[in-house]
Design a protein around this ligand. Structure first.
Ligand code: GLN
Length: 451
């Protein structure tokens, strides 16, 4: 009830939730009370969570922040949310995002922007919460939920976590099932937890992760005890600092927070090692070929015939055009155009196929680095939260926000973003830990020591 009260007080300003499911939440909370009384209470019993509105939830509207799915009510529950419910969680509602998870500021939602709960000192400017999981990040930061789910295709858990001063984990690709999550770029999409602390994220990930025969890319591997990894000793752990992440023109506040992270880990007994990930500079360019290509294919299903919004026309062709013309926002249309272009005959080899080859090189960079080190430390984003209006008319400027998060997505390796301090204006800055495939435990161990 306290969390619902906070939602009632704050949501009209922050706009973190698209749908608040008060009745459902209170019903689940009553069941939780009974379970607690009976002593048969799984780990998340009664824990109030916010669910990114990209996860299909049975009988609860699931919009992907798009007009085209405005009235879509799924008849099924995603695997990740089923896992959370099975462990006793209470769902407060569905959180705002960039339409189909495409964006870095939560400015592309058909249901309006989300306001970052943080403000610059002596300045009332509307700051973005990051994106695309901006609603989830803002809900946790403003205490409108104890934890949340996000999805990360190129940084959508980690960058909003950094902008809102919270913690988030993008697990290894294949760790959490994608079944029932509305697809953006299927070879990159991963679900993950967002919460205040590393330990909270570890507890949530424990429930979210696991093999699912309904997702052919989910991996059949035992889920370790993530919580037990918190506060492990870091003595002798090798931490890599990738030189290519010292992007030219990096701001001094980001440089300073990175150095502070290095100093903390030295004090904790880690060995700091300089490493090179030479193909980093191609990360963004290849991501913005592969992600739109897969998106253009995934979004072909929204045709006005099978489900979602339909805008009729004089012919079938016109029905498609009208439905998609009215249903999709500008950024989604831009991605579909880019994606169909790079996949079209004559350009496929030059763009899509080449990007796939470079992707392999990016992956190989990480594997080479992990022969020398156990984990990498980098900044999460190139700046603190920016104001609404900045970067808004320039999609390429917006894409540059993903410079530190995209390479790990391309390689499929896990990443953890955690708050590391405040800048001069009082805004949170984040650090990112990147690990070996399926070694979320080391990220949790290092992250919990840095809190
Ligand atoms: N900002 C990136 C994009 O717009 C990443 C989004 C995401 O991870 N879903 O594609």
């Amino acid at each position: 009830r306290d969390h619902l009260k906070a939602v009632g007080q704050l949501n009209s300003r922050i706009n973190a939730y698209i749908t608040v499911t008060e009745e459902v939440a209170l019903g689940q909370a009553r069941v939780a009370d009974e379970k607690l009384a009976s002593g048969d209470a799984p780990v998340l019993t009664g824990i109030p969570l916010a669910i990114k509105d990209l996860f299909c939830t049975r009988d609860i509207p699931t919009t992907a922040a798009s007009r085209i799915l405005e009235n879509f009510v799924p008849p099924y529950e995603s695997t990740v949310t089923s896992n959370l419910l099975r462990n006793g969680a209470v769902f407060l509602g569905k959180t705002n995002l960039d339409e189909f998870a495409m964006g870095s500021g939560n400015l592309n939602s058909a249901f309006g922007a989300v306001e970052n709960p943080w403000k610059r000192k002596n300045d009332d400017a509307f700051l973005v919460p990051g994106g695309s999981s901006g609603g989830s990040a803002a809900a946790v930061a403003a205490r409108m939920a104890l934890g949340a789910t996000g999805t990360d295709t190129g940084g959508s858990i980690r960058q909003p976590a950094a902008y809102c001063g919270i913690t988030g984990i993008k697990p290894t690709y294949g760790r959490c099932s994608r079944w029932g999550i509305i697809a953006f770029a299927s070879s990159l999409d991963q679900a993950g937890p967002m919460a205040k602390t590393v330990e909270d994220c570890a507890i949530l990930l424990q429930s979210m992760a696991g093999f699912d025969p309904k997702d052919s890319t989910s991996v059949d591997r035992a889920v370790p005890d993530y919580r037990a990894a918190c506060n492990r000793s870091l003595k002798g752990l090798r931490v890599g600092i990738p030189e290519e992440y010292r992007a030219p023109g990096m701001s001094s506040e980001i440089e300073a927070i990175w150095q502070q992270g290095i100093d903390w880990l030295k004090e904790a007994g880690c060995e700091i090692v300089d490493v090179s990930l030479p193909h980093t500079k191609y990360g963004l360019a290849t991501y913005y070929i592969i992600a739109p290509a897969e998106a253009s294919s995934n979004l072909a299903r929204y045709d006005g015939v099978r489900y979602g919004r339909r805008v009729s026309g004089k012919s079938l062709e016109e029905l498609y055009a009208n439905t998609r013309g009215e249903g999709f926002g500008t950024e989604v249309k831009r991605r579909i155009l880019m994606g169909t272009y790079v996949l079209s005959a004559g350009y496929y080899d030059a763009y899509y196929l080449r990007a796939q080859k470079v992707r392999k090189l990016i992956y190989q960079d990480f594997m080479n680095a992990y022969e020398k080190v156990d984990v990498l430390l980098t900044p999460t984003a190139p700046s603190a939260a920016f104001a609404k209006g900045e970067h808004q008319d320039d999609p390429v400027q917006m894409y540059l926000n993903d410079i530190f998060t995209v390479p790990a997505s391309m390689a499929g390796v896990p990443g953890l973003a955690l708050p590391a301090g405040l800048n001069d204006q009082g805004l949170p800055l984040g650090l990112q830990l990147l690990g070996r495939p399926f070694d979320e435990e080391t990220l949790i161990a290092v992250g919990s020591a840095m809190e």
